[in-house]
Design a protein around this ligand. Structure first.
Ligand SMILES: NC(=O)C1=CN([C@@H]2O[C@H](COP(=O)(O)OP(=O)(O)OC[C@H]3O[C@@H](n4cnc5c(N)ncnc54)[C@H](O)[C@@H]3O)[C@@H](O)[C@H]2O)C=CC1
Ligand SMILES: CC(C)CC(=O)C(=O)O
Ligand SMILES: [Mg+2]
Length: 351
């Protein structure tokens, strides 16, 4: 029996709807396995800007720091997306949270569900054996480098900056993850053009000496985007920079069947954060349409991180049972379509 305090930042758009299903499932786990999860909600993103003017209010950050884990929905609103001059943006809340908490590694597992191969534009045989982990650097690179406009107003810049220390710690995580899986690590970069990528290659090559059992490969990101579609089963662990990992993981969701299926964990210091890889899908919000599975599987990753691995496995098994039954949200083009709420209920029942 364990007690955990979980900070819940449900955010904007579909965030609150999918988080609600995740909490239902966690409550069922608590009941079934005799644990206590205490949930404390706090605002982040556009809702936090509306309430306080700040996308990451101090109280929210403090709550996260003193919690055992953070369960995060999604942030973002068209009001800001459609206003390039907005000085304060929901996304700044998420980026700052990652940085302040030292969550430098974003782990994004991608697995194919055989029941869902009908969703893929690829030939099903290409999807066979898809089982990879994208290890995305999360607190550096072009999302965090100096950015701005020159005085003329017509010149804009973003800077991609990485230090050896930032590369070493994420690549180490990549090697270690590969050691626990099929022993293959692929560094994805743009070292033919970018100096920061050349440093990634240099550091990774040096580190390879410490991991003689890992088969290390290098691939340029443009080729990697194509290889993910052509022959996804070749990948075991991909390690890559912040922006490349962001883009390649959304693309990889097509291999799983839907963006609404892919979970993630963000780790690197004491407290971990667990969130679906998708955004706030504003057009789908408030309509009981969003797929909650990515969020529910993120809850499973949270339990793994808290040492409750058999509980995490129970959630994954329940999700598989429901997907195998042919029921699902509209994005899965299922035999029997259900809404967000009912999908959560089905997974609770399968538990
Ligand atoms: N971690 C986060 O909170 C993220 C936030 N964003 C923000 O979200 C907002 C919308 O961005 P978009 O580029 O449209 O990305 P998005 O991920 O919100 O949605 C893209 C498309 O994916 C599908 N989708 C996403 N989540 C789904 C779910 N749970 N179930 C079924 N289908 C789903 C929808 O068809 C949607 O049109 C923006 O403000 C953006 O900045 C975007 C990505 C990540
Ligand atoms: C604010 C963005 C970097 C969010 C996003 O797209 C992501 O983390 O996947
Ligand atoms: Mg993204």
């Amino acid at each position: 029996m364990s007690n955990f305090n979980i900070a819940v930042l449900d955010g904007d758009g579909i965030g609150p709807e999918v988080i609600k299903q995740g909490i239902k499932v966690l409550n069922q786990v608590a009941y079934k396995f005799g644990h206590t999860f205490k949930f404390d909600f706090a605002p982040v993103g556009a809702v936090a800007i509306d309430q306080t003017g700040n996308p990451l209010p101090d109280d929210t950050l403090e709550l996260c720091k003193r919690s055992d884990a953070i369960f995060f929905g999604s942030i973002g609103h068209p009001r800001f997306d459609n206003d390039p001059t907005a000085k304060v943006r929901p996304e700044q809340g998420l980026l700052r949270l990652r940085k302040e908490l030292g969550l430098y590694a974003n782990l994004r597992p991608v697995a194919g569900y055989k029941e869902l191969t009908h969703l893929s534009p690829l030939r099903p045989e290409r999807m066979e054996g898809v089982d990879m982990l994208i290890v995305r650097e999360l607190t550096g690179g072009i999302y965090f480098g100096e950015k701005g406009r020159r005085d003329d107003g017509n010149t804009a810049y973003d800077t991609c900056l990485y230090t050896r220390m930032e590369i070493e710690r994420i690549v180490k995580m990549g090697f270690e993850a590969a050691g626990k899986r099929r022993g293959k690590l692929m560094l994805v970069d743009k070292a033919n053009v970018m100096e920061s990528s050349r440093l990634w290659r240099e550091v990774t090559r040096e580190m390879a000496a410490d991991y003689p059992d890992i088969e290390l490969g290098f691939m340029f990101v443009d080729n990697a985007a194509m290889q993910l579609i052509l022959n996804p089963a070749q990948f075991d662990v991909i390690v890559t920079s912040n922006m490349f990992g962001d883009i390649l993981s959304d693309a990889s969701s097509v291999l799983a069947g839907s963006l609404g299926l892919l979970p993630s964990s963000s780790v690197g210091s004491e407290v971990g954060m667990f969130e679906p890889i998708h955004g706030s899908w504003p057009e789908g919000a408030g309509q009981n349409r969003a797929n909650p599975v990515a969020t529910i599987l993120s809850a499973a990753m949270m339990l793994d991180h808290l040492g409750l691995v058999k509980e995490g496995d129970a959630i994954r098994k329940a999700v598989n049972t429901v997907l195998e039954s042919g029921k699902g949200t509209e994005d899965l083009r299922p035999k029997e379509q259900v809404g967000t709420d009912e999908m959560g209920d089905l997974i609770v029942a399968a538990l």
